[in-house]
Write a protein that binds this ligand. Structure first.
Ligand SMILES: NC(=O)c1ccc[n+]([C@@H]2O[C@H](COP(=O)([O-])OP(=O)(O)OC[C@H]3O[C@@H](n4cnc5c(N)ncnc54)[C@H](OP(=O)(O)O)[C@@H]3O)[C@@H](O)[C@H]2O)c1
Length: 338
């Protein structure tokens, strides 16, 4: 396998820094690496694999000679730079929402729909963090018994909203504990000691954009019908890292809790921790800094015939962003798709 030249676009951001860690940990094979940001962070020194790398300002000519771009620089930057990147023959793996629902762009979770990578025309999109962890759980179950309906409630950590949101949770919490006034900027309501039932803006149908991302991206990744019934309620919780999800799935045939446990124990990227008698179930804190999607509280649902409810947690910065991006890069390289 020839080794690609890679560029990390948005290398100074929350996700970009995780991408660098994952490249190092997974030993992603590459020939040369380039770190790119906006003009603001150009010149920043970053320690990477025992060397000091200097971050450069991303310009169209930055992509000459690059084969794969791992991007997490926001939707407007991706939209602006994508034509320049593709024109220069690179494959763009994009973390933003810019191209996820574009019918010419594969939306991929590694280990779930790798075959879709073969259809890329220069851009591959990485799903929203809440969708990502859900896919690794739903795919193996759907392969066993066709899903008829899915209902998801998410409890999402603040790191999903970037560095300013992380800082706001700390400052807001300190202010509440010190009985001081605090004006929230990132969040619409107080995030300290609270749960906010809004992530992203509201759509005409009453759902938020974040909730519609889970619905639409799930249909696209799993190749479900355009009107497959999936409903999501997304909430922001005062947790730094790790998204939690309560998931109810109605199947077309009976699935016992034990069958689901067995399927998920053997599934790619999933770890089952499910022993309520000993208080063994996964929490967001358990997932922080680790790669798997953890599943517990698996039980037959009381509201649906052939229904299963479960609890699933994962690190939103890893499987929800950086880890999947690097896994896609690995596959693009090993499948000779650049
Ligand atoms: N956080 C998550 O859990 C998560 C999960 C999935 C997807 N995402 C997506 O990933 C993207 C980045 O998120 P984040 O949380 O890492 O944000 P962040 O911490 O704010 O980092 C943004 C990065 O993009 C760079 N950037 C901004 N404008 C640029 C421009 N015009 N040209 C080149 N680089 C530019 C920034 O460089 P400077 O340092 O120079 O400003 C920084 O490196 C977003 O699209 C987000 O929706 C995030």
């Amino acid at each position: 396998m020839k080794r690609p030249n890679i560029a990390v676009l948005g290398a100074t951001g929350v996700v970009g820094r995780e991408i660098l860690k994952v490249i190092e940990e997974t030993k992603l094979p590459y020939n040369e690496i380039k770190l790119l940001s906006s003009a603001k962070s150009a010149g920043t020194e970053v320690e990477f694999m025992g060397k000091t790398l200097i971050v450069e300002e991303a310009k169209p000519e930055s992509f000459v000679g690059v084969n794969i771009v791992l991007a997490s620089a926001g939707a407007s930057t991706s939209k602006a730079l994508a034509p320049e990147i593709v024109k220069r023959g690179c494959v763009l793996i994009d973390n933003s929402s810019a191209f996820r629902m574009d019918e010419n762009v594969p939306l991929v979770i590694a280990g779930v729909n790798d075959e879709d990578l073969k259809k890329h025309k220069g851009i591959v999109a990485n799903p929203n963090c809440s969708t990502s962890q859900l896919m690794l759980v739903l795919k193996p179950l759907h392969q066993h018994a066709i899903m008829k309906r899915v209902i998801v409630s998410t409890y999402q950590s603040v790191s999903g909203a970037g560095i300013d949101a992380i800082n706001e949770l700390t400052e807001n919490t300190r202010a509440v504990l010190n009985n001081e006034k605090f004006e929230n900027k990132v969040f619409k309501k107080t995030i300290a000691f609270n749960v906010i039932p809004q992530i992203d803006v509201f759509c005409k149908n009453g759902y938020t954009k974040e909730e519609m991302k889970v619905t639409n991206e799930t249909r696209k990744i799993l190749h479900l019908e355009e009107d497959f019934p999936i409903s999501c309620t997304a909430a922001r919780v005062p947790v730094y890292r790790g998204h939690s999800e309560a998931v109810t799935i109605e199947f077309s045939q009976y699935m016992s809790a034990e069958m689901v446990r067995t399927i998920l124990k053997n599934a790619y990227g999933v770890v089952v921790i499910d022993n309520p008698e000993k208080f063994e179930y996964p929490t967001a804190c358990d997932s922080a800094g680790t790669n798997p999607v953890y599943v517990g509280r698996i039980r037959e649902d009381l509201a649906f015939k052939n229904g299963i409810s479960l609890w699933c947690v994962a690190d939103n910065l890893l499987i929800g962003a950086a880890l999947n991006t690097v896994r896609i890069a690995q596959r693009i390289a090993s499948m000779g798709l650049y």
